[in-house]
Design a protein around this ligand. Structure first.
Ligand SMILES: Cc1cc2nc3c(=O)[nH]c(=O)nc-3n(C[C@H](O)[C@H](O)[C@H](O)COP(=O)(O)O)c2cc1C
Length: 471
């Protein structure tokens, strides 16, 4: 297995309470200041100073599943509501940093791809090629209803939609403008070359997009593509499209199986299996001794909102406990319509054969937390690297406290052990893959390079009814 350094992603959400619910109440937590632009620019600057490779914003648009029949607990606990739009932060974060990758989540249901592609290209210009996009398909009824649908679409239909969405974006990013079409020649009085700009004339099941792309090629053209799907459909989508995959494996052996499987699927789909980087989600509590680390973990638990954690995890499982107490066995809650594996996971991890909601919440809140000295944690990270993982997605208890603490107490040891890179400059794609800024030729988007040569803006007016006849 590779001995390359791991990359580090600081995992946040533009809200008060992301995963470790309740911690926003801790005295040093600044999580609740998410409405402040200065808060975010200072978080980004701090994360960059600390040596992280990128800042990654999760985003869940719309209310999660109800809890005991309402959203009262979610709102009172700030459990991912309210959530600001991370995309509008990106240019301010770019101005506050020079090397940090800036990655945010956007669902295919929330924007038209023609508009979204323009926003991303603009941001890739402003970040000078440091932009990444975490592609998600949304899993909550509420957001579908808010965008005019009757309810949530079937799981695989959402992925089918995502394929077309990406197809439109790929055509715009990779095929609409030739290299050098932005001439900007003052002497010849030519700003751009019409022969180098092409309509894409996309006609699909959901979208009709004539084009051209309205932004000239940005440093990376296509932003670095991240994905976190875990189902067979999600894994195939990753294998075909993703360059970064966020995983949440319970142990290194599970990650080894998952990464090998996805890389093999990528190869079967014509891609180079080394063109995908996997980032395992972990959180860290570090002490000078193991005992001190355990004591510090207890401090975190003091601020935990266990009911909030239960709301989050059972919502993902598609179950509302309907007013039952946290000591209710999961087996009394009926069939899980969402993530089904939680009951078994809770039984195995808690040692209770008939686990309760409380057992599940404790398992969830401690999942993937690593508690120990810097040396102990470095040993464990070696195991993840051996398993084929390329990076770590660092979960926080407090913002920015966790990120600073991990950098101060853990990163020096990781540097000594070659587990963290010291060179962080260049585009995000360059940082992750150590090569050029653009997608490799084997990525499906690359097939659109030069594909619309006949549709250039030199060729006069194209009538509306000729849309549908791609070149
Ligand atoms: C680390 C991580 C981050 C994720 N971030 C988001 C997010 O910000 N927004 C979202 O809607 N889903 C997010 N997800 C959920 C995934 O995109 C995906 O919907 C989920 O893993 C289920 O995948 P599946 O539908 O292929 O089974 C995340 C998952 C992981 C593991």
């Amino acid at each position: 297995m590779s001995k390359r350094p791991l990359f580090y992603s600081a995992f946040v959400m533009n809200t008060a309470s992301h995963v470790l619910h309740g911690l926003w109440r801790a005295p040093d937590a600044q999580n609740h200041r998410f409405n402040s632009l200065r808060h975010w620019t200072s978080v980004a600057a701090e994360v960059e100073r600390c040596g992280y490779d990128l800042l990654f914003f999760a985003d869940v648009f719309g209310l999660r599943a109800p809890w005991n029949g309402s959203w009262r607990k979610a709102v009172e606990g700030g459990i991912q509501v309210p959530v600001n739009d991370p995309s509008v932060l990106a240019s301010a974060l770019a101005a506050a940093t020079t090397d940090l990758g800036i990655v945010f989540t956007s669902s295919i249901i929330q924007d038209h791809p023609f508009n979204f592609a323009r926003r991303m290209s603009s941001l890739d210009h402003y970040t000078e090629g440091r932009l990444g996009w975490n592609v998600v398909t949304s899993f909550n009824e509420n957001v579908f209803r808010s965008f005019g649908h009757d309810g949530i679409l079937d799981h695989d239909a959402r992925y089918a939609w995502a394929y077309e969405y990406l197809d439109v974006a790929y055509k715009l990013w990779e095929g609409s403008w030739d290299e050098g079409a932005l001439v900007q020649d003052k002497k010849r009085s030519i700003h751009a070359d019409p022969a180098g700009i092409h309509k894409i004339n996309h006609v699909g099941e959901r979208y009709r997009v004539e084009g051209p792309h309205f932004v000239s090629p940005s440093p990376q053209r296509t932003p670095v593509l991240f994905q976190a799907g875990a189902s067979p459909a999600g894994q195939l989508f990753s294998a075909r499209n993703a360059e970064g995959v966020y995983i949440s494996s319970p142990h290194p052996a599970a990650a080894a199986a998952l990464t090998q499987e996805t890389r093999a699927l990528a190869a079967a789909n014509g891609r180079n299996p080394d063109d995908i980087r996997f980032a395992q989600g972990l959180s860290f509590v570090i002490g000078d001794t193991h005992r001190e680390a355990v004591r510090r973990e207890d401090e975190i638990k003091r601020y935990l909102d266990l009911e909030g954690v239960a709301l989050h995890v059972l919502g993902d499982a598609g179950v509302d406990p309907g007013g039952r107490s946290l000591d209710t066995p999961l087996s009394e809650l009926g069939e899980f319509k969402g993530v089904r594996g939680y009951a078994r996971w809770a039984a195995e991890a808690s040692g209770n054969a008939n686990p309760t909601i409380r057992d599940l919440a404790w398992v969830m809140e401690g999942a993937n937390r690593v508690v120990g000295t810097a040396e102990e944690i470095a040993d464990y990270l070696e195991e993840w690297r051996e398993a084929g993982v390329d990076g770590i997605n660092v979960y926080h208890a407090t913002v920015p406290g966790t990120f600073t603490e991990v950098a101060d107490r853990l990163f020096p040891t990781l540097r000594e052990r070659g587990l963290i890179a010291t060179e962080k400059s260049g585009s995000l794609r360059h940082k992750l893959f150590g090569r050029g800024d653009r997608l490799p030729d084997t990525h499906p988007a690359a097939a659109y390079r030069g594909a619309f040569a006949d549709n250039d803006l030199h060729n006069g007016v194209v009538e509306a009814d000729s849309v549908g006849a791609p070149a």
